[in-house]
Design a protein around this ligand. Structure first.
Ligand SMILES: C[S@@+](CC[C@H](N)C(=O)[O-])C[C@H]1O[C@@H](n2cnc3c(N)ncnc32)[C@H](O)[C@@H]1O
Length: 403
C-alpha cells in the first residue's frame, strides 16, 4: 500500500519536480517537504535520473509550464513524537472527552495507524454538548482546577489527536501550518451525513471532497463507505493535502486510491462523482465579489451550487452533494439557489448554535458589524457573561441534488 504512490511518483518524476518548483515561492516549506519526501522514497537510480531531469525542467520559463496548480502526487508530512492530548467526540456530539495520553506514541505509529486504547489514557474532562472543540470557558466549568491547568498547557503545545466516528487524526501546529483540522463544523456535517443513511450506501465509488483540511472527513468516508475505491480531495493549502495524506493513507484498503489536488474549486477531476462533500469557507466577506479572487467569502459555495451537480455521476440517481452552511452564509446560499433552478437543496436535521471563533473575523470590528447588520451574526453580552463567547451563529448541513 505504502508503495502505490511511489509507483505513480516514479512515472511522474518530471511533473512532481515541476510542481514542487512552482510552489517554492508561495509555499517554500511544503515544497521542500514534498521534494524531501520524493527523495526519501525514491530508489537511488531514479533519484539520479530525477536530478538529471530537474535542471532541465527548472530552467523552463514558468509561463510554459502547464497544469501548474495541480499537485496530484503530494506526499504526506511526518510528525515527531510528543503527542499528549487526545480528544474523543461521541458520535451524536453529546460529549467531548479530553484525555492525557500516558505513553509515548512512537514515530512509526504516529505516522501510521493509530490505535489509542483506554488503558493509555487519563480522563481530564468530559464536556457535555460541546459548542467548540477548544473552549476555555467549558474547560474551566467542567474540569478540576489541576486539570484545567494541564488541559490548557496541552492545548498550548499545538499538538493533538482527535477521534470521531472511529477516524483518528493528528494535527501539529508546527507541521500543519494553516491546516483546518477536526472542528465542531466538521463533526456536525459528518453527523448529519451519517444520519442521512450514507454509511450503508454501496453505490458510492468515486468520493470527492472539496477543501479536505486535515483529512477528517475524507478519512471517515474512506473507512466507512464499503465500495468507495476512488477517493479524491482538493485544497488550496499544500499543508492540508500533506496532512490529509498522512492521516488517511494508513487506513486505506488495498482496493482504494487517494488522489489529492492543489487548487481552487471544482476541477475536472471531480467529474462523475457519486458523492461530493464540502465544509467550505462560510463567512461572507465585505468586499464581494473580490475582483481578484472569486473565492473570497462564499465563492466556493456559489460554485458548488451553480456547477456541483454537473460533476455528479449521471448514471447514479442517488449521487448527491453535502455541504456545511452557517447562518451567516444562508442569505448568499439562498440567492445562489434562486438563480440555479436546476438544483434543489434541503437542510438535514436541526441547526446547532455555536460561537464564532475565527481569529481574522473576531479581531476585525468593521467586518463583525457588517456580519451583525447584514447576515444576522448574534452579538450577545449576556452570553458573553454566561458562556465566555459574545458572537454566535448557527451551523447546518445541506444536501444538494439535481432537479
Ligand atoms: C472550513 S475548512 C474545512 C476543512 C475540513 N474539510 C474539515 O471539515 O475539517 C475549509 C477548507 O477549504 C479549503 N478551501 C478554501 N477555499 C477553497 C477553494 N476555493 N477551493 C478548494 N478548497 C478551498 C481551506 O484551505 C480549508 O482547508
Amino acid at each position: 500500500m505504502a508503495f502505490r504512490p511511489l509507483h505513480k511518483a516514479i512515472n511522474h518524476v518530471p511533473t512532481l519536480l515541476e510542481n514542487a518548483q512552482n510552489q517554492l515561492k508561495d509555499f517554500p516549506k511544503a515544497a521542500q517537504q514534498t521534494l524531501n519526501g520524493i527523495a526519501q522514497r525514491m530508489p537511488s537510480h531514479l533519484l539520479h535520473s530525477a536530478s538529471v531531469v530537474a535542471p532541465r525542467i527548472f530552467s523552463k520559463p514558468l509561463s510554459r509550464i502547464t497544469n501548474a496548480n495541480v499537485w496530484p502526487y503530494i506526499t504526506g508530512s511526518r510528525l515527531k513524537p510528543a503527542f499528549r492530548l487526545f480528544l474523543d467526540m461521541a458520535d451524536d456530539m453529546s460529549m467531548l472527552n479530553i484525555y492525557r495520553i500516558d505513553r509515548l506514541i512512537g514515530e512509526k505509529e504516529l505516522n501510521g495507524r493509530l490505535d489509542i486504547k483506554e488503558k493509555d489514557l487519563t480522563l481530564l474532562a468530559s464536556i457535555p454538548d460541546p459548542h467548540l472543540v477548544y473552549s476555555a470557558f467549558d474547560i474551566n466549568r467542567y474540569a478540576s482546577p489541576e486539570n484545567v491547568e494541564m488541559i490548557t498547557q496541552l492545548f498550548t503545545y499545538g499538538k493533538r489527536i482527535t477521534r470521531y466516528r472511529g477516524m483518528t487524526v493528528t494535527w501539529d501546529q508546527s507541521v500543519d501550518s494553516d491546516v483546518w483540522t477536526f472542528n465542531i463544523d466538521t463533526a456536525n456535517l459528518l453527523r448529519h451525513i451519517f444520519e442521512d443513511g450514507v454509511g450503508g450506501r454501496t453505490d458510492i465509488r468515486r468520493f470527492v471532497e472539496l477543501g479536505v483540511g486535515g483529512g477528517s472527513m475524507i478519512g471517515t468516508f474512506a473507512k466507512t463507505l464499503p465500495n468507495a475505491t476512488d477517493l479524491r480531495g482538493t485544497d488550496i493549502s499544500p499543508y492540508a493535502l500533506m496532512c490529509t495524506r498522512r492521516n488517511v493513507e494508513p487506513y486505506l484498503r488495498a482496493s482504494q486510491s487517494l488522489s489529492l489536488f492543489l487548487g481552487k474549486g471544482l476541477m475536472p477531476f471531480a467529474n462523475h462523482a457519486d458523492m461530493i462533500v464540502s465544509n467550505p469557507p462560510y463567512i461572507p466577506h465585505m468586499k464581494k465579489p473580490d475582483a481578484t479572487d472569486p473565492y473570497r467569502g462564499t465563492g466556493l459555495i456559489k460554485e458548488i451550487v451553480e456547477s456541483g451537480t454537473n460533476c455528479l455521476n449521471p448514471d447514479n440517481p442517488n449521487a448527491s452533494i453535502y455541504v456545511c452552511m452557517s447562518s451567516l452564509s444562508l442569505k448568499d446560499f439562498h440567492s445562489y439557489l434562486h438563480h440555479t433552478p436546476h438544483v434543489r437543496a434541503h437542510m438535514l436535521g436541526e441547526e446547532i448554535e455555536v460561537p464564532l471563533k475565527i481569529f481574522s473575523v473576531n479581531e476585525n470590528d468593521p467586518w463583525l458589524s457588517w456580519l451583525i447588520s447584514v447576515h444576522g451574526l448574534v452579538d450577545s453580552r449576556e452570553r458573553l457573561a454566561s458562556t465566555g463567547f459574545r458572537y454566535w451563529h448557527k451551523l447546518s448541513a445541506w444536501k444538494i441534488t439535481p432537479r
